[in-house]
Design a protein around this ligand. Structure first.
Ligand code: SAM
Length: 249
């Protein structure tokens, strides 16, 4: 997969995308990431890329043309039109399901806004989808773009050592949160590891993890249970736990 980031802060993006698992995946050639400084495509003297709002209002807006030129250059370089995403608090909420779909695309171009955002005409002209990372407002689109790039990139073949890592996680196909995990030592400051995890009994461990995932979801994100793929046994377990006071917010 190829990901292009259009930003006023390419160094910030390069630093994040050069670290850890994503950095290694880039080095190994499983992932191609390019960052572009929108200011390099400025049309005004002095590299200015923002201006005041028509109709009045506080703040500045990023102009359409520098982004358009940057996006056009990316398309020419890559030899095709990328799927283009604008990060904005007005976008649809990013979900794991959408990230999985995006990870099947060959080329993503992510636009990072700043100030009051970007001229709407640019969005109407080149943007395929608007995504938000949550119901709050940040100063710029770099962190949201990096969140998206990271979460999509780790789903691409070869990026994680084992794909089952993400298939069995929170927000996976069943829509539940993951069970708690423990590592050595078995005793830590008076806390023990649940007995079943030391038993070596695979089926019992699987069942315990399923039940713990259900309890975690019921406690922290009961809203997810409405859409989750629950079996009759899951429903019975949750109903019994609720009676015992274990499940629920
Ligand atoms: C200060 S925000 C602009 C907010 C905009 N005036 C509004 O009210 O919707 C500047 C930039 O940060 C990014 N941004 C801020 N919060 C975001 C969020 N929750 N999700 C995605 N992008 C966000 C966007 O790229 C946006 O253009």
């Amino acid at each position: 997969m190829r990901i292009d980031l259009c930003t006023l802060f390419p160094e910030m993006c390069e630093t994040v995308m050069g670290e850890s698992i994503i950095g290694r995946a880039r080095e190994s050639g499983f992932l191609e990431v390019h960052t572009h400084h929108v200011r390099d495509y400025a049309v005004r003297k002095g590299g200015y890329i923002d201006d005041t709002l028509y109709g009045g209002g506080k703040g500045m807006l990023m102009q359409a043309e520098p982004f358009y030129r940057c996006w056009e250059a990316i398309g020419q370089q890559a030899g095709g039109r990328p799927h283009t995403i604008y990060m904005t608090p007005k976008g649809k909420l990013l979900t794991q399901q959408r990230a999985v779909e995006l990870s099947n695309m060959e080329h993503l171009c992510i636009l990072c806004g700043h100030y009051e955002g970007i001229d709407q005409r640019l969005i109407d002209e080149i943007v395929d989808e608007e995504l938000s990372i949550g119901d709050y407002v940040l100063t710029g689109g770099e962190l949201p773009a990096l969140v998206l790039a990271d979460c999509v990139a780790r789903l691409c073949p070869g990026v994680l050592a084992d794909e089952s890592c993400w298939q069995e996680e929170s927000h996976g196909e069943d829509g539940l949160l993951e069970a708690p995990h423990y590592t050595k030592p078995a005793q830590w400051r008076g806390h023990t590891v649940p007995e079943v995890l030391l038993s070596g009994h695979h089926a019992n461990i699987q069942q315990w993890r399923r039940e713990q995932g259900l309890l975690y979801t019921a406690k922290n994100r009961p809203d997810l249970l409405e859409q989750a793929a629950l079996t009759p046994a899951d429903r019975l377990f949750l109903a019994q736990s609720q009676t015992k006071g274990e499940a629920g917010p």
